[in-house]
Design a protein around this ligand. Structure first.
Ligand code: CA
Length: 534
């Protein structure tokens, strides 16, 4: 837990040290601190200006000394660094990534967390047992070629049909860049294909699958959604058993001979949409236990506060969710790679730990094929925000996973079928991570940001958590929760964690909308395609 040197008044110098062994602390004050500032309690005087979120040396650090944050070396001093100096990335030699051999496998056996009972939300129970937090008609597409036509049809559905179906929240075209010109039989093509398949089956779409296809594309409808991939759960589907996959799938194929003219295609999409809208409109929210939440957590636009305020609060909330029997996914492989030993130790079984190693090894190799490594992750904004390198960023990112045992691992694009804490392997890219967590079946998304991003998804509510009060003030109509209060000393990690938990139940129930929902800020789906294109 962070040790905060509390200021006697609001403008006093404020630094935060995360671990008793740390030989650096970060400056919390808005605008940073000028040279000559005396840090209360330590007798330390700043030798130079230190920007907000950046590190100050608490002791003399001779060349070669490990620089410790979160109690672990985030680098070694490249030069003698006197106490009171600004410790920035140019003064640090980043450590090598830990190898994937001889890791502690399922060695941590924590006391089971006490169950958290009695929390519920109002959700849409689906025939397959999953629960939606929104009631949305999704239109699946097999290929990018149909995107324009589908979008045209969606505008008409919204204008002409949706007003008649007030219980339906939205109509969403699942647009993507895949399907044409792809090496469809490449081994890694399984990732984008199953991602699209599983997104179509996201709980917020109520099991109503309709597809728009061009006709000549590599990704044919029956390959995207083969017979049996859609659960046979109601009379309609049972009656359709034995008919062709196209019939069961409700496919509008634009190259079909029956279509004469553009409007014929659009009208066909509208006719199909109306049937699905009627069924979706008949659904009602029912009270369900909090264990039906499937939460994806991620961060983007991180700064040095991410790992001090927002991510620890999310981690506390992750533990609350696991205690309530819910499903939580954390992801972003390059941002947890440096903490692999912590993660394998926290696995419930050696098999789960081994699955994590398998995903990390696959990703190491994927990066190597592109002639880069994990150090390619940090952005100019991360560094400006005080994060020197990926090791420091990773230590702050992992805390989103809280302290619960890790009981399950997903490969990219797989569907989540377990309660508890899951490591869902994804790239750290915000849109790709969000897209893969959608495929896994998340019905609520939590996103922390320090630099600030207006990120949002059309399919699932996104709750955004600001790491700093300055960002929360400036982006007051984009950030849903301010975790900067933790650095200000006006709230604890536990306070913000509970605030987030309660907000999640309100948002999941539809009682509250997130800012991204209110403004309809929808980022594109971005598929992870490690396979070649032709
Ligand atoms: Ca991210």
């Amino acid at each position: 837990m962070p040790e905060t040197v509390a200021p006697p008044q609001a403008i006093a110098p404020l630094t935060i040290r995360m671990h008793a062994a740390d030989n650096v602390a970060i400056v919390a004050n808005d605008g940073g601190l000028p040279p000559g500032t005396a840090l209360p309690g330590s007798g330390l005087v700043l030798r130079e200006r230190v920007p907000q979120g950046h590190k100050v040396a608490l002791v003399d650090l001779p060349r070669g000394t490990p620089v410790l944050r979160y109690g672990i070396p985030i680098g070694h001093a490249l030069d003698d660094i006197p106490a009171g100096s600004w410790v920035h990335e140019r003064l640090l030699q980043m450590p090598e990534a830990r190898g994937l051999e001889n890791l502690p496998m399922a060695t941590v056996k924590p006391e089971p967390l006490p169950p958290l009972e009695g929390y519920t939300f109002e959700g849409y129970r689906n025939p397959d047992g999953s629960v939606g937090t929104r009631n949305i008609l999704a239109i699946t597409q097999t290929v990018q070629c149909v995107a324009g036509v589908t979008d045209f049809a969606v505008q008409r559905i919204k204008a002409e049909l949706l007003p008649r179906f007030p219980n339906v929240d939205d109509v969403v075209a699942l647009e993507h860049g895949y399907g044409c010109g792809v090496a469809i039989d490449a081994p890694d093509a399984v990732i984008p294909i199953r991602t699209l398949r599983h997104i179509s089956l996201n709980p917020n779409f109520g099991g109503e699958v309709m597809v728009v296809s061009l006709g000549c594309e590599k990704l044919q409808p029956e390959r995207l959604l083969p017979p049996g991939s859609i659960p046979l759960v109601d009379e309609r589907n049972v009656a359709d058993v034995g008919t062709s996959a196209e019939t069961r799938l409700d496919v509008v194929c634009l190259q079909d001979d029956a279509h004469v003219g553009f409007m014929s295609m659009v009208d066909a999409i509208l006719r199909q949409a109306e049937e699905h809208l009627e069924r979706l409109n008949a659904r009602r929210r029912v009270t369900v236990p909090a264990s039906e939440l499937v939460v994806g957590v991620q961060c983007g636009g991180s700064d040095a506060f991410s790992g001090v305020t927002a991510n620890p609060a999310v981690g506390f909330c992750t533990d609350l969710l696991v205690r309530a029997g819910a499903s939580v996914m954390f992801s972003e492989t390059t941002e947890v790679r440096d903490g692999i030993a912590q993660l394998t130790a926290r696995a419930t079984t050696p098999e789960v730990a081994q699955a994590m190693v398998r995903e990390m090894a696959w990703y190491d190799d994927y990066l190597k094929r592109g002639s880069v490594d994990r150090s390619a992750n940090t952005t100019p904004g991360n560094k400006k925000g005080g994060l020197s390198n990926i090791v420091e960023k990773a230590m702050g990112s992992i805390v989103k996973s809280g302290s619960a045992p890790i009981s399950n691992v997903l490969s990219p694009g797989e569907k989540l079928r377990h309660k508890g804490l899951t490591y869902a392997a994804t790239p750290a890219s915000d849109f790709i991570c969000g897209t893969l967590q959608l495929a896994a079946g998340m019905n609520l998304h939590v996103f922390t940001t320090g630099r600030g991003t207006p990120y949002g998804l059309a399919a699932v509510p996104v709750i955004k958590v600001a790491t700093r009060s300055d960002l929360a003030r400036r982006w007051h109509d984009l950030m849903d929760i301010n975790a900067g209060t933790i650095a200000d000393g006006t709230a604890s990690i536990e306070d913000v964690g509970w605030e987030l938990f309660r907000l999640m139940l309100d948002v999941a129930s539809g009682r509250k909308q997130t800012w991204a929902e209110q403004w309809k800020l929808h980022n594109q789906l971005v598929l992870f395609n490690p396979a070649p294109v032709t």
